[in-house]
Design a protein around this ligand. Structure first.
Ligand SMILES: Nc1ncnc2c1ncn2[C@@H]1O[C@H](COP(=O)(O)OP(=O)(O)OP(=O)(O)O)[C@@H](O)[C@H]1O
Ligand SMILES: [Mg+2]
Length: 321
């Protein structure tokens, strides 16, 4: 293998410079979410029967897998389900009204329902906070019905248990697990720009990498870890059942007939890839084959120009050494 021109350390440096959300930014955004959460907690202290029960930072900022291109702060909001409307537009309006009550220093138009979430916009710098509703019935592990951001359906799941799940994989491959997640997400962004109709949800990427981590794949060499990811997709044709035993026995997962089968690690009945079609699965496989070939070529290229050319096929023209 020729690594003269681009080696693990070059990929690591590229990640630092171009891919990762800088830590100072991540801290600032987490603090922004924390202030909102604390405001709600104060309001709840004075109004214990209030129907918004908790706010919790979720998504990539909570998992430490955010890209530099992060464009909103995901916050889950637990709403007591008994009285809340289940019709999505009415539910969003119901929550928006209550958020305006709990945050009186926001003008009403700073709290606006979107398609499946509510956005809280901050004047000045800061990113907007995207509030995703979870209908909640008092479960101690914070299971609830999360509103899918893809089609507005209700998905039974638990955000804190997801965070525990990811934390375990991060501990096993300290720093490298999150870094490989971010590198793959960066590749996904490039594919979305270049292939019409390409989709590959971040959570699915994380589940595939979690499976590889559980199988003992070493993440500390980035070219190799990336190659393991692309090879996994190519060899399984993106059709292998992915299931974990952290929270339930894998054999409790029923028969699944959709092409892509990636089961929520905290709910055996929730296939997180249920909306992916054969065409979309094939597109992922094709893109992974191309990326895998490009990495092979990069690793055997003899000139710097050729090596760069192949790595740019994976990460786009922002990849420079
Ligand atoms: N289909 C689903 N079933 C259960 N939980 C889900 C599902 N989709 C998303 N989630 C929850 O929402 C969180 C955020 O979703 P996702 O991982 O796709 O975005 P992200 O980590 O914020 O990445 P991005 O950088 O793409 O915004 C997940 O970590 C998971 O807890
Ligand atoms: Mg997100």
């Amino acid at each position: 293998m020729s690594r003269t021109h681009v080696d693990h350390n070059d990929i690591a440096k590229f990640a630092q410079d171009k891919v990762n959300l800088p830590k100072a930014k991540a801290d600032e955004y987490r603090a922004q979410a924390r202030r909102l959460r604390e405001k709600l907690e104060n309001y709840l202290g004075e109004h214990p029967d209030f129907s918004l029960k908790k706010m919790m930072i979720s998504g990539s900022l909570a998992k430490g897998t955010g890209l530099r291109s992060l464009n909103d702060i995901d916050v889950a909001c637990y709403v007591s389900g008994a009285d809340a409307p289940s019709d999505i537009p009415r539910l969003l309006e119901y929550i928006a009204e209550r958020l305006r009550k709990a945050f009186p220093n926001f003008t009403p138009d700073q709290v606006t329902p979107q398609t499946y979430s509510i956005s809280v916009s901050f004047k000045g710098t800061g990113l907007d906070v995207d509030i995703v509703p979870i209908l909640y019935y008092g479960d101690k592990n914070w299971y609830g019905n999360l509103v899918s951001q893809v089609d507005g359906s209700f998905l039974k799941t638990s955000i804190p248990l997801h965070l525990d799940f990811i934390r375990k994989r991060k501990q096993k491959n300290y720093q490298h697990f999150s870094q490989v997640v971010r590198l793959v997400k960066f590749w996904v962004r490039k594919e979305k720009r270049e292939r019409d109709g390409f989709r590959f949800k971040s959570f699915m990427v994380e589940m595939i990498l979690s499976k590889l981590s559980d199988q003992g794949v070493d993440f500390s060499d980035y070219p190799e870890a990336l190659q393991s990811f692309f090879t996994y997709i190519a060899t399984t044709d993106m059709r292998e059942l992915i299931v974990f035993d952290d929270c339930y026995a894998p054999n409790t997962v029923g028969t699944i007939t959709t092409p892509v089968k990636i089961i929520d690690p905290v709910n055996a009945e929730n296939n997180v890839a249920n909306l992916y079609t054969n065409t979309q699965a094939d597109m992922i496989v094709e893109a992974a084959l191309d990326a895998g070939d490009a990495i092979d070529s990069a690793l055997s290229a003899t000139t710097k120009q050729d090596t760069l050319y192949y790595w740019q096929k994976v990460f786009g023209s922002t990849f420079q050494v």
